[in-house]
Design a protein around this ligand. Sequence first.
Ligand SMILES: NC(=O)c1ccc[n+]([C@@H]2O[C@H](COP(=O)([O-])OP(=O)(O)OC[C@H]3O[C@@H](n4cnc5c(N)ncnc54)[C@H](OP(=O)(O)O)[C@@H]3O)[C@@H](O)[C@H]2O)c1
Length: 266
Amino acid sequence: MSGTVFELDAFNAVIVGNGALGSAMLEALLGYAGLQRVFVLARNFGSSEPEQHTHNDGLNTRATAGHNNARVSRLSFDAEDPSTIASAAAQIASQVDTLHLVFNTVGLLHDAQHGPEKRLQNLKPDHLLRSFQINALVLPLLAQHFSKLMKHTQPAILASLSARVGSIADNNMGGWYSYRASKAAHNMLLRTIALEWRTSHRNASVVALHPGTVRSRLSEPFLTPRYKNTVLTPAESATCLLGVMRQLSADTSGVFLDWNNQPIDW
Ligand SMILES: NC(=O)c1ccc[n+]([C@@H]2O[C@H](COP(=O)([O-])OP(=O)(O)OC[C@H]3O[C@@H](n4cnc5c(N)ncnc54)[C@H](OP(=O)(O)O)[C@@H]3O)[C@@H](O)[C@H]2O)c1
């Protein structure tokens, strides 16, 4: 087997989540002539939102990404209800025989009641459990339900957005218990899927990706004027992540890479 997913004359994709990075990845994929069908799984398609197309701040990309494009199908899914993953997968299986890319962008860092914990005393069991459900559990369920469609003789990629702070080796700062622990669990699940698929899905690359710090609803509260590191737009990050995925092969499955194609210690 040679070549990558993106060089195929015809390939099908699933993007899970339509936030900043999910929408930017959809836009980027639509630039490939070989893309036949792309299924977007999300809980909110923003039909009542005003038409906005703000590539620069990353916060308003959802409303128009892939709008009215015949290649795009939208399916309802809630990360907190595993049955919705099964039913979305069944609908997709009724429409395509093979999938070449499953790209998971779903994530939770904070919600209206909880921010990332600064110290142990801030840890709340409900938020820790919800973080595991959204950040960790979705990936193996996607792998289970899309396993059959990804098992074929062409290249395939199961990519899932992790975060550098999910690296146990890189944790020198502490804090952010729920996010760190759930992304670390995500990484272990991903690595274990990659090992199993080395024999069952010889065509597939399974990869954890750190998208960089990207302007989005998830990162917005932390991008204060004091934040001095590089901040990417969602479009910039999606372009870089596509560059990383274009260099993957099944032989190197089970890696954790950043947007610059640099490996991150687990
Ligand atoms: N932005 C960064 O700097 C950064 C850095 C490192 C890693 N990441 C990772 O990158 C991924 C994408 O983040 P982003 O920056 O694009 O943030 P975002 O715009 O907030 O996107 C997060 C996505 O997760 C979805 N989601 C959350 N809970 C859900 C649920 N219960 N059911 C269905 N969907 C749910 C959101 O859906 P709704 O829109 O419906 O809420 C949204 O589509 C996440 O995994 C994040 O951890 C981001």
